[in-house]
Design a protein around this ligand. Structure first.
Ligand code: FAD
Length: 541
């Protein structure tokens, strides 16, 4: 018996546990895996204490993240907090097999030239003037549309349609359609204009805001830098952790949850239950009775996932590339990477095995459907070995155009996400990632679904950023904790922040709110270049 049973120890579950334990509740976290952190976890690549770590994929923290960073500021380390382990990136390398490499600065501009460079991706000279004008109109539309309009109109069309990508120049498509896909799992053709547009603006503001680093990453593998200190801190607050303890189902008496059934057959009673398992697992917990009591739970199964998984190449030389991300523009498997050693200053590579490792190139593949260049098959149809060979080959075609930055003799070992399991027909992914799709907002449940003692705390819950991310998972955990606290009374509530947009647009948003209530279109919907798009949308409806 515990006050609160949290099912799932990823970012969402740990956040809910943190907020509740700080306010004096007894919390027990039941986790299926042997380690906590969920998709954000890192893990030793061999069964020895001094092994190197592998990750499901590298992590980045853009400037607009507030919830997850504030939680990190509340996790103590020797002489500081876990948030001190975040380090700023400086530049993104855009490598191509057909064009010269480009470097996009990610540090906040400190000179006029720097500002011009920062704005270049959106307004560069090689974009046709018509495209630039159109883009400005679209961004202004978004910035001045009230939240109700964004939700009602812009969640039902794709970003691709909204920016009329089909009828624009190839440069425009590269900069605006694919820009968000490279860094966050937002696909321009399927992601909604509301979400992709909002996040695009957040990333843009983040780059221009001198008060915040544009993007940060951790100075060691995630568990070393963040998750392990977090678990230790929660233990000091009295949280009990049960690793290797999957939950199987919830017992519901028509009004409240009466217990959680564990996979080993035991049943655990609690006053409150926080379901913090991923989106593809949650529907198994929703019985027909629960679905009747809380229809929002039944809609979770309509949310969609895609494959996005990482591999680490351990190298005998440190290949630094840029101090930030690398984006491989023509890689059929949509690759991005980070060369970790320059950031992992708090992690002694030399003292860990295999002995001759001097660098770690961590790569994420976001397209598992397009055939590769070595085996001619999509990643889904390859063996694990073939996946590693193929990704390595795609990296080389991009990075070795000018000089031999990656050589086969450098490759000491690799570690592919263990969620990728070999089957007879290729691989299966046991840990897919939620993706934003057109119209998906209505299927995202709130943390408080309306069952007396059940809340949800995972990245698919409706949050301000609506993006499958550690930020959303953290916000969801806070919302779940607040729902529990509202029911039980007691001290304080976890803080929730809105996304910040420049205050200068507020009066226009207010005006649009009024127009929306009166059933009038947004003023920009009648401007010249938008007519084509709105007409096509009208025809489709
Ligand atoms: C390759 C990749 C890179 C990413 N990079 C970033 C990034 O740079 N920045 C960012 O913000 N986000 C990133 N994300 C997204 C982010 O990792 C996730 O959105 C976030 O970690 C989800 O947290 P969660 O708690 O909702 O779910 P999860 O991390 O999925 O945690 C759920 C937990 O529940 C456990 N569980 C499952 N079934 C059961 C069961 N039956 N009983 C008990 N426990 C169970 C799981 O083992 C897991 O620990 C990335 C995702 C991927 C896939």
């Amino acid at each position: 018996m515990t006050d609160v049973a949290v099912l799932g120890g990823g970012i969402g579950g740990l956040t809910a546990a943190h907020e509740l334990a700080e306010r004096g509740l007894d919390v027990t976290v039941f986790e299926a895996n042997d380690r906590f952190g969920g998709k954000a976890r890192s893990m030793p690549i061999a069964d020895e204490s001094a092994a190197l770590h592998g990750e499901h994929g590298f992590r980045f923290f853009p400037a607009f993240y507030r919830h997850v960073v504030e939680t990190m500021e509340r996790i103590p380390t020797d002489g500081g907090t876990v948030a001190d382990n975040l380090v700023e990136t400086e530049a993104t390398l855009i490598a191509s097999t057909t064009a010269p490499e480009r470097i996009a600065e990610t540090s906040t501009p400190d000179s006029l030239r720097g500002w011009l460079e920062a704005l270049r991706p959106a307004f560069a000279e090689d974009l046709p003037r018509d495209d630039v004008r159109f883009l400005l109109e679209r961004l202004l539309y978004l910035l001045t549309a009230c939240e109700q309009r964004r939700e009602a109109e812009l969640d039902d069309i794709s970003w691709w349609e909204f920016i009329d990508a089909e009828n624009r120049s190839a440069e425009f498509r590269d900069r605006l359609a694919y820009a968000t896909q490279a860094l966050v799992a937002l696909r321009p053709q399927v992601g909604s204009a509301r979400t992709v547009g909002t996040i695009y603006l957040q990333l843009l503001f983040g780059q221009l805001d001198p008060s915040e680093p544009t993007e940060r990453i951790l100075n060691a593998p995630t568990n070393e830098a963040w998750i392990d200190p977090w678990v230790r801190h929660l233990e000091t607050l009295g949280v009990e952790f049960r690793a290797n303890t999957p939950a199987r189902g919830l017992a519901f008496d028509g009004r409240r949850i009466t217990g959680v059934e564990l996979a080993d057959g035991r049943t655990v009673a609690a006053d409150e239950f926080v379901l913090a398992v991923p989106v593809e697992v949650a529907p198994a917990f929703v019985t027909p009775e629960l679905r009747r009591a809380a229809p929002a739970l039944g809609r979770i199964e309509h949310l969609e996932t895609a494959w996005m998984n990482g591999i680490q190449f351990y190298l005998s030389e440190d290949v630094e590339l840029t101090r930030g991300h690398q984006v491989y523009a023509d890689a059929p498997w949509a690759l991005t990477s980070i060369s970790q050693r320059q950031f992992w200053t708090d992690y002694d590579l030399e003292r860990r095995g295999p002995d001759d490792v001097a660098g770690v190139l961590s790569v994420i593949a976001s397209d598992w459907e397009t055939p590769g260049i070595v085996h001619g098959k999509p990643a889904r149809e390859c063996t694990r070995e073939e996946i590693a060979e193929e990704i390595w080959a795609q990296l080389k075609t991009h990075l070795n155009a000018v000089d031999q930055r990656l050589r086969d003799d450098m490759l000491v070992d690799w570690f592919l996400d263990p969620s990728i399991i070999e089957t007879e027909n290729g691989v299966e992914n046991r840990s897919p990632l939620l993706i934003n799709t057109v119209g998906s907002l209505r299927n995202r449940p709130p943390a408080d679904v309306g069952v007396r003692n059940l809340t949800l705390a995972s990245d698919y819950v409706r949050t301000n950023s609506d993006l499958a991310s550690m930020e959303s998972a953290n916000e969801a955990g806070r919302r779940a904790a607040n729902a529990v606290l509202d029911r039980r009374g007691g001290r304080g509530r976890a803080q929730i922040w809105d996304l910040r947009e420049p205050a200068v647009f507020e009066p226009l948003k207010r005006q649009d709110r009024l127009r929306y209530r009166l059933g009038l279109p947004h003023p920009a919907a009648v401007t010249q270049s938008l007519r084509g798009v709105t007409r096509r949308l009208g025809e489709r409806v």
